[in-house]
Design a binder for this molecule. Structure first.
Ligand SMILES: [Zn+2]
Length: 237
């Protein structure tokens, strides 16, 4: 069959297929729990799909309602503000093929607040705290510079959290005040990707977090280079 009717039908089917891939992402989107790529993809879908647009518009106030809930008064120390998104990511990662509706999300948030009140989540956090790995110095370039790395998030799309600091005293702080450092990530095929640079600040660890371009199992090492392109610190995984 040809003609405008057939084209419209195909476009409709295409949108329905697309909707089936995204229909459970609205709750996580509202709570800002999607990874950047997922978020971008979902926003693309939103621009085409009136069903998802209506859902998001209907429940758009929920994050503000949750943000107003003062949980800091209920727990010994404030939980990190990434806790709820992380829990949601875990839930969405293992979601079943049934609607993860906003009602159950609100119930989950209420349960989370109750758990925080009892401190149960603090124990859970300790059990799931990512390992902190110290980067090793390479040659003599690393004098005074130290860094640790944590891989956080899912194994399929981990984030690299790097904390880089400088020892005090004459031997410590980089020789030139304008020295900048750059983090590179390598995979087992020998490919590498630049994860960005930073300029040291005295008396302060610089923290940068970047999403790995590869799954955790593909990462072979992470290195820090100085602005002459010399490796300074290395972490083999
Ligand atoms: Zn949709």
């Amino acid at each position: 069959m040809t003609g405008p009717g057939a084209g419209e039908g195909a476009a409709e089917r295409e949108l329905a297929d697309e909707h089936a891939r995204f229909e459970f992402d609205d709750a996580a989107y509202l709570l800002d729990a999607l990874e950047p790529e997922q978020r971008e993809a979902f926003e693309g879908h939103l621009s085409r799909c009136p069903v998802c647009r209506d859902r998001v518009a209907e429940f758009g106030d929920l994050p503000r309602v949750l943000a107003r809930a003062d949980i800091s008064a209920w727990v010994p120390e404030s939980p990190p503000d990434t806790l709820l998104p992380r829990l949601l990511r875990q839930v969405t990662a293992s979601r079943r093929r049934r609607a993860w509706r906003i009602g159950s999300l609100a119930a989950a948030a209420a349960c989370l607040l109750a758990l925080l009140a009892t401190g149960a989540v603090l124990g859970w956090q300790n059990a799931h705290r990512p390992q902190t790995l110290a980067m090793q110095p390479v040659g003599s370039n690393a004098v005074g510079v130290h860094a640790t790395v944590q891989l956080v998030g899912s194994d399929s799309s981990p984030r690299v959290k790097l904390a880089c600091g400088y020892a005090g005293g004459s031997g410590g702080y980089p020789r030139r005040a304008d020295t900048s450092y750059r983090m590179m990530i390598f995979n087992h095929r020998g490919e590498r990707v630049d994860l960005g640079s930073w300029t040291p600040q005295p008396d302060e660890d610089v923290q940068i977090t970047r999403t790995s371009p590869w799954p955790r199992s593909s990462i072979s090492r992470i290195e820090v280079f100085d602005d002459r392109g010399e490796p300074v610190l290395r972490l083999r995984l």
